[in-house]
Structure formats: structure tokens, C-alpha cells
Design a protein around this ligand. Structure first.
Ligand code: SIN
Ligand code: MN
Length: 276
């Protein structure tokens, strides 16, 4: 899966690129089928909302489930990342699902990913790419991500550490910085069905409001970073920034190559036993 010149131009101009229909319904179902067990675990990798016990983000997923170990090696991530970064070795810096559950999912403040990975983990340069897959339909009601196109172009904006607003400590961008960035670039809110993907860069300013709707908004997120740009401080737990710098090896087969890896629903459909 390679990006067209037009898609690359959009990525470089806006700092974010939407790829509709990148993952199939069966693949999303296979991811879905694994989440209840992972979300039910009481472990440090599962961060809960500030105001409730609901899981906000489930991290370290490729070390907790073999399907996610395959997913992070999928060519649909690796190939576009190499087109953008050059043919460099990359490691999985963070692998998570942000849940944003119906009615209870809380906001992600204005931020860009590099600020936290630089200040907390000592990542030298803003090279990492964040690759998302929508696991639910994302619409204007269920806490969609909002981006400021072009906010990556003048380098990293000033940030400060916010340990108060949500349960997840984050280096955030203040409103007096966000205002002028939005004046220049406007706001962009990618919406779409499950299977839609996004790619965005490490200094792209983004955030998302609370989910007041009755619909969940779960997103899978993989951050790939060049091995040559790996974290230097190792002070946060591994699930917040992985310490395995062995390069990702691209998956040499389809994600759903064996029936045993498919979800119960897709297996039922494949054998003509789908519930009517
Ligand atoms: C969100 O899930 O809304 C925020 C995700 C991110 O900052 O990568
Ligand atoms: Mn982010």
C-alpha cells in the first residue's frame, strides 16, 4: 500500500492525511473481538477516566495480544511510514486503543505528541508518525479528533505539563497559542466509518472533546518512530513508551490469513452461518 503523490502532498501541506476504507469490516471485527478481554484487565496499561472507572486508553496492546503484534507490522502502516520518513528502521513507540466510551469518554486537550515524548522520554526529534484506525464510526457527536492543519509547519509550539484536566499527564498547548494557529489553518475534523485510517506527524496540534453521545468512539493508535531517534531517558513505564528498539519487520502475509485469527462473527459469515 503506497501513498500517491497527491496524498503525500496533502500530508506535507496539512500535517494529517485521512485514508478511507484502509481496513475491512472483517479486520475491524477481529480487532473488536479482542478488546473486551483486554479492557477487562486491571493493570497499569489500562488508564481509567478521571471521573469514572471506565478505561480511557489501553496501552501496550502488541505485548498483550498476538493479533495486535501482527497489526503493528501491517504493510498498510509500514509502507506509508517509510514513504514519509525514508527507508529507515522503525520501532513501535506506543500501541493503544483510546476508548472514548459513550457518555463517559473525556476530552484530550490540545497537544501534539512530540511534546510529551520529548519532555518525558527524551526523544530527540519530532519524526514519529501516529497512525490511527477508527474502530467505530467517528461522527461530530462522539468526541472526534480535531486537527489544526498546518500547525506542524513552524516547528514545535510552546507547551506545558497538564496533570489536572484528565487522568493522563500530557504536555498541552495553551489557548493563546491555539487561537492564532486556528486563525491561520482552521480546524479539520476527519469523520468516517470503522476502517478509516489517519496518519499525522509529531508536531501536528490536535485534541478531542468529551463524548456526550450514546455512541462509543474507539480508535486504534500506533506510533512509529525511527530507531535512530529512540527515547533516551527510559523513565516512564514501558507501555507509555516502548524500550524494544528492534525494528518492526513488515508482515509478509494478510492480517487475516488464517481462520483462527478471524473474529467469531467473520468466521460465522465465512461458513454461511451468520445469524439472520
Ligand atoms: C484521542 O483519542 O482523541 C486523542 C488521540 C491522540 O491524541 O492521539
Ligand atoms: Mn496525540
Amino acid at each position: 500500500m503506497t501513498l500517491t503523490e497527491e496524498q503525500l502532498d496533502t500530508f506535507h501541506r496539512d500535517g494529517v492525511l485521512m485514508l478511507p476504507g484502509l481496513f475491512s469490516g472483517d479486520e475491524i471485527a477481529a480487532i473488536d473481538a479482542r478488546l473486551p478481554r483486554l479492557f477487562a484487565e486491571r493493570c497499569p496499561e489500562n488508564f481509567r477516566e478521571k471521573s469514572s472507572d471506565v478505561v480511557r486508553t489501553a496501552m501496550g496492546l502488541h505485548l498483550r495480544d498476538d493479533f495486535f503484534a501482527r497489526l503493528v507490522r501491517d504493510l498498510r502502516f509500514v509502507e506509508p511510514a517509510k514513504q514519509i520518513l525514508g527507508d529507515v528502521d522503525m520501532y513501535a513507540q506506543q500501541v493503544k486503543v483510546n476508548a472514548k466510551q459513550a457518555f463517559t469518554g473525556e476530552q484530550w486537550q490540545w497537544h501534539y505528541d512530540f511534546a510529551t515524548h520529548h519532555h518525558e522520554d527524551g526523544v530527540p526529534l519530532p519524526l514519529a508518525l501516529n497512525l490511527h484506525i477508527f474502530l467505530d464510526e467517528v461522527n461530530e457527536f462522539n468526541g472526534p479528533l480535531v486537527f489544526i492543519p498546518g500547525s506542524h509547519r513552524n516547528g514545535p509550539a510552546p507547551t506545558s505539563l497538564d496533570t489536572v484536566t484528565t487522568s493522563y499527564p500530557l504536555w498541552t498547548v495553551a489557548t493563546d497559542v491555539v487561537g492564532p494557529l486556528v486563525e491561520r489553518g482552521g480546524l479539520y475534523c476527519p469523520k468516517g466509518p470503522p476502517g478509516t485510517a489517519l496518519i499525522f506527524g509529531d508536531t501536528m496540534v490536535h485534541g478531542s472533546p468529551a463524548n456526550m453521545s450514546p455512541w462509543p468512539r474507539r480508535i486504534f493508535s500506533l506510533i512509529l518512530n525511527p530507531v535512530s531517534n529512540h527515547q533516551t531517558t527510559m523513565q516512564r513505564p514501558d507501555h507509555q513508551h516502548h524500550r524494544e528498539f528492534t525494528p518492526i519487520t513488515p508482515l509478509g502475509e494478510p492480517l487475516l490469513d488464517e481462520p483462527s485469527r478471524q473474529s467469531p462473527n467473520s468466521l460465522a459469515r465465512a461458513s454461511g452461518m451468520a445469524r439472520q
